[in-house]
Design a protein around this ligand. Structure first.
Ligand code: DGY
Length: 438
């Protein structure tokens, strides 16, 4: 790169930093951040966790508030909901009346979302301790105040979503994975009887091009599962026993295993009780023992498993590459070969679904588009296991898409263009915490 090009790039990066900050400010609702106005007008669980990483670069106090607000909505069972309805808004469906989930201190959805929060907290404190606003001692006190909530949430995943102790985690709803319309869920959801859901009006397709969103057929099944959960009073045992959709998710499993390791590190830092730390270690051991159940020799990668039929998905997804992030290294070279094969089919990494598969759709939500926070996790994991070249390639690809298209919900892996909602908080947060510093 010539020095003129370098100066130009440095300038564009500085401008992007200012724009990213603006996205967070525009989506700030005081004590929580909406993913983007109108399309998602409440607090979303894993969005908020990633957004806290971005806030930490702008206003560390605000980052803490984001985290504490989310955890304040925890249910007595330990579950931390995927949506917290802090206000009434009519631009989103389904709202609290459909969920019928008043089990926590605030109306919410009745399911959870990928538990990245402990890993975010570790990054905010142990990896980047700041000396301002109370410094390390202040951080320690705040981590201590939320440690029990995180520990109870992690335990909830094991009790509620892995009641048989398989060491891998099931989801009860495609929304729980955070990767709503992944082709993996098509077959497990196909037989769900949606005849009882009644008429409903979607709001998402009024705000985003319908070609980028899930089909009505998918929504019918999403709502049938919400109805089933609500009819059970969101009872975890009843859902584990009777929910038609019960699928092991490599995404949740990898993210929880990483989060458990990070929780243990935080617990050691805090000097928590030895028995409490031992129970986290046992959960980690169980997951380490279970992880390889997801290895699918025919697909040559980790895949989801429909626990009702016993069938494995036929294809990998971007979550297959999260094994390194989870600290599972046995299959790294096979996964890197797989990533290399994917990269020959699309110029921008990492598509959410295998680009060689006929169900791949580069612009439809989780059936192809690239998501910045998934890239951040994959790249972090690959860097940690010595795959620095791939880690850098993913990071640079993410940066290139943002330089080209700004901060949308996701990106087309074939063109790098924006997909879905615009002015999106977690995409901006990933720029601030990860790409700004390149
Ligand atoms: C939606 O409504 O599209 C969300 O992803 C559900 O969490």
């Amino acid at each position: 790169m010539s020095s003129v090009e370098e100066v130009d790039l440095a300038h564009r990066i500085a401008v992007m930093g200012q724009r990213a900050k603006r996205v967070l400010e525009d989506n700030d609702r005081g004590s929580y951040t909406v993913p983007t106005a109108k399309l998602y007008p409440f607090q979303w669980n894993w969005d908020s966790a990633f957004v806290a990483l971005g806030w930490a670069e702008v206003d560390r106090e605000r980052a803490w508030l984001e985290i504490e607000t989310l955890l304040s909505a925890q249910w007595p069972s330990g579950m931390v909901p995927h949506i917290v309805f802090w206000t009434r808004e009519d631009t989103y469906f389904p709202g609290p009346d459909t969920w019928r989930a008043e089990h926590g201190p605030q109306p919410s959805s009745g399911i959870s979302q990928p538990p990245v929060l402990a890993s975010v907290l570790r990054q905010l404190t142990l990896e980047h301790p700041h000396s301002s606003d109370g410094g390390v001692a202040g951080d320690k006190a705040r981590v201590a105040a939320v440690f029990d909530a995180l520990n109870r949430w992690h335990q909830w995943w094991h009790t509620a979503r892995d009641p048989k102790g398989l060491g891998v985690i099931a989801i009860s709803h495609p929304w729980e994975s955070g990767r709503d319309n992944l082709p993996d869920w098509d077959i497990p959801a196909a037989a769900i009887d949606a005849s009882g859901i009644g008429p409903y009006e979607r709001r998402d397709t009024e705000l985003v091009d319908a070609s980028m969103r899930p089909h009505k057929h998918d929504y019918d099944r999403y709502l049938a599962l919400v109805k089933f959960g609500a009819d059970q009073g969101w009872d975890d045992a009843a859902i584990a026993a009777g929910n038609e959709f019960w699928v092991v998710d490599p995404g949740i499993t990898a993210i929880l295993l990483r989060a458990e390791r990070d929780l243990l590190k935080l617990g050691l830092w805090l000097g928590r009780d030895a028995d409490e730390l031992a129970s986290i270690s046992l959960r980690i051991e169980r997951m380490e023992g279970g992880y390889d159940r997801m290895w699918n020799p025919e697909a040559g990668t980790y895949t989801s498993i429909d626990l009702r039929s016993g069938d494995y998905a036929s294809t990998g997804t971007s979550a297959s590459f999260l094994a390194a992030y989870a600290g599972v290294t046995e299959r790294t070279s096979a996964l890197v070969d797989e990533l290399s094969a994917w990269s020959e089919h699309c110029p921008f990494l990492v598509p959410s679904f295998d680009p060689r598969d006929s169900r791949f759709e580069p612009n439809r939500y989780w059936r192809g588009p690239v998501w910045a926070m998934v890239n951040y996790m994959i790249s972090t994991g690959l860097a940690e296991v010595g795959e620095g070249e791939w880690a850098d390639r993913i990071r640079l690809s993410t940066r290139e898409m943002m330089l080209q298209s700004g901060f949308p919900e996701s990106f087309s892996p074939t063109t790098g263009e924006s997909v879905g909602g615009l002015h999106f908080a977690w995409t901006a947060a990933i720029w601030l915490s990860w790409l700004n510093r390149m």
